[in-house]
Design a protein around this ligand. Sequence first.
Ligand code: NAG
Ligand code: NAG
Length: 434
Amino acid sequence: MEICRSSVCLLTILFFLNVTNYVTSATLVSSDKTTKADIASPVIYQVRDGFYSLSNSSINRATSEHFQIIWGNKDTTGSVNLEFIQGNLANLESIRLFYIEKIGLGDIGRTQDPAITGTYKTNIYIALTGLDPSFDDWAYMGVDKDSFGFIMMMPGAMRVDPPSWVVPHELAHAFIFHNGGVVPYAWNEALSNFLRNEYLYSDYYSYGGTIYGPTSDFFAPYILNSEVHFPSAKNWYDSWPIFLYIYENPDYIIGLGKQALLKIMTYRKEETTYFKAITAVTHVSIKEILGGMARRMVTMDFKAQKYYLQHLDELLKIIGNREKIYTTLKNENDGWMVVPANKAPQQAGYNIIPLTIPLNTASITVNFQGTSTDKNADWRVSIVTVTKSNNTINLHGDEKGVYLVVVATPDFIPFIDIDKDGITYPYKVQVTTR
Ligand SMILES: *[C@@H]1O[C@H](CO)[C@@H](O)[C@H](O)[C@H]1NC(C)=O
Ligand SMILES: *[C@@H]1O[C@H](CO)[C@@H](O)[C@H](O)[C@H]1NC(C)=O
């Protein structure tokens, strides 16, 4: 089967058994630069406070249309001044607008508590300023007694220019909460990091007329532990490439895309796992999603590819990381190559295996065989070619052009606690070239 669809691709790749194939596409989706419109809103966002009386004279308050910043009069950091407050209000407004206008999330001004009507500003408390110190922390989103999300942050987490990366993460939590979907605890962090990253890639990531976007965050712990199930303690904040894949839908799978991610985030039914919720909402097999996502990780083939590759480049400069990010199979005497036990993927975990074959090879054939005894065992296996003229990974001599990508996609994906490891799904392959 011919899979070289690119004119610069050197290889014809044949495959059989469970092996699917893939050629990386180099298309960088251009950023969506729509002019921000001022929305004339007839709704007045009122001021309220779930913790401190509005008449308490030791409490300072400053507001913008949709936010109220609240701080005490004993700032211990020396950084809370008018410019700091106004700058944060401006950044909060910009991030809010992004989540509503570009992601399509619902507003955060109302509570689900039926006893409270009206629309309210979202409260941001500044820690280390003389407020009740038992609530002080670096940064978190909480829910007050009236079921409004609020954010507590130390001044160090609230840089104005360039805008802090902490604020969009915490505000994403507030949006997820107010949009009412059942998002499991461990997945909430990955979703917030995904939403933050979309903001960073946009021109809403700006301050005082300077646009800092597009840029991107990265998911180093995820790719350094790619064989581990997710979200696990080793990767939970960073397990957001699955959301990138669903949202960007680079393989044009019916059921995925921007609306699909919105529906997932706002899905109100509690399923046994979020993987199950994703399938319930999209009607797309989780195996197809994981397979498609994993093979794109070879070249970070998503719209912010350029930035992910810069991060990857930095990561690979650190000794020991290459062996974590890439998997080397063990040669057996019988011509098969076996995945090492410590690299065998757990459910939804994947391996990227650079194939050291001559680049003038006419064809490559991969014979894949799962060796798990688990009756639910299944895998998605792809051959990924990286062409020279585009989509290159010229990272420190890493000019290998062909990769095998294996992701464990068992028929049954149980809930696994973030502190636990899942069972592994070992396999072996034969690679022949002509
Ligand atoms: C790489 O791909 C992009 C988008 O398909 C194209 O615009 C660009 O010219 C290509 N670059 C090279 C060197 O082929
Ligand atoms: C006013 O706020 C301070 C915290 O800055 C708190 O210690 C005090 O109890 C509050 N007073 C009232 C009357 O709520």
